[in-house]
Design a binder for this molecule. Sequence first.
Ligand SMILES: Cc1cc2nc3c(=O)[nH]c(=O)nc-3n(C[C@H](O)[C@H](O)[C@H](O)COP(=O)(O)OP(=O)(O)OC[C@H]3O[C@@H](n4cnc5c(N)ncnc54)[C@H](O)[C@@H]3O)c2cc1C
Length: 426
Amino acid sequence: MIEDSVSVAVVGAGAAGLTAAIAAADTKATLPGRVVLLDGAKRLGAKILVSGGGRCNVTHDAVTPNDFFGNRNIIRNVLATFSVQQTIRWFASLGVDLKHEPTGKLFPTTDRARTVLDALLNRAQGTGITICPDHRVSHISRSGSEFRIDHSHGSMRTARLILATGGRSLPRTGSDGFGYQLARNLGHRVTSTVPALVPLVLEHSMFHAALSGLSQEVELVTIVEGREVDRRAGSLLWTHFGISGPVVLDASRFWTMATHHGVRVDLCANFVPGRTHDDVKAWFLTQVAEHPKRSLTRNLALLIPERFARSLCLYCSCDPQQSMAQVSRIDRNRLLDALTRFRFPVVRDRGWNFAEVTAGGVPLDEINYRTMESKVVPGLYLTGEMLDCDGRIGGFNFQWAWSTGWLAGQSAAGSLPTQSKPPSDL
Ligand SMILES: Cc1cc2nc3c(=O)[nH]c(=O)nc-3n(C[C@H](O)[C@H](O)[C@H](O)COP(=O)(O)OP(=O)(O)OC[C@H]3O[C@@H](n4cnc5c(N)ncnc54)[C@H](O)[C@@H]3O)c2cc1C
């Protein structure tokens, strides 16, 4: 079998891989050989197309290391090398203008993820990258200064290898975690991987299904083995299976990580964010004094959505229609506890098919953050979601993919010896 030989091979044509390949091809127009982009999927960019509800939340106007989980020193350095401003300019150079939303999220002005994918693919084709869909990589080995890549249509050799195989989220897009095996075979460690930005399933007996579709502001606290590890406020969405919405998705990694390690984890809510148990108790007593005949639900609806107030009353075995004056002290205390210290009966997360990202992966300290080159295997570069770094909701995960991809592509191509351009008449 004749083996193809290329200068830079990128495995995985998602956000990070496309960026890496383009950066490599753009860095050296005089590369001694080709840049090849291999992907197991027949159709490229499935995850970009479904992202941001089909609009692709490309980045965020303020990206800091605190928006990520992982080694924040390394994350800071990577983000500084290819910043949000560079990302915005880079997308503009590809013909994609981005607009800011009041939340700080940036989307293409067309509101279509397709615009982002098409621009990346057009640029990749325009720079002469050989794009190979339906080329699933099954094995990679190193011999001398080269890598041999076995894929579903044969094999190839390359001097520089960029791994951009993603994590385990949404496996039907092709990111099924096999990339970790490739990295391990080459000598890297991989930390435990768990779903992140994932909805949570509640005990069947809970009232969530009756509230399906309702969204409300809450403060969520995650407590692992009695220690608070995360506190955040935001929008919670009740669903037919349990809870979702930005605040739940952002907090979910702490629940999945603790559960994976077999330690006790409690997810608790204050449904009156910004107010303590005592604040709400004082408010409640004032309401009893001022509006003794008003119904309990109507009164609670001043603080929380009425549908939720009704469900919460029933959950606490309180008659929602009783007047404020009729609420017994025991009922009141149960209600106040449920309002401000509610413990969600989480039974499981919704799994990889519903997770937006992967927490865990190849440790960042095995990578040179200036180049994304492996410290373990010279000539190997690692990018994107396969690394042990996950961001919160808001465009941060794509920013990680663009930054690491660009850095790896540029460094991989830049490290190759230059070949002078052949005369144009040859
Ligand atoms: C529903 C959903 C919505 C999201 N929305 C947003 C959003 O709006 N904003 C945001 O910032 N983030 C969002 N994310 C997260 C974001 O999409 C990912 O963090 C990002 O796509 C990761 O990019 P990547 O290139 O590292 O990996 P991926 O995009 O997963 O790409 C990996 C590629 O490698 C290929 N591959 C894997 N194994 C092999 C193999 N053995 N051989 C060949 N090819 C292989 C796969 O086919 C795939 O194409 C969303 C995720 C999901 C699931």
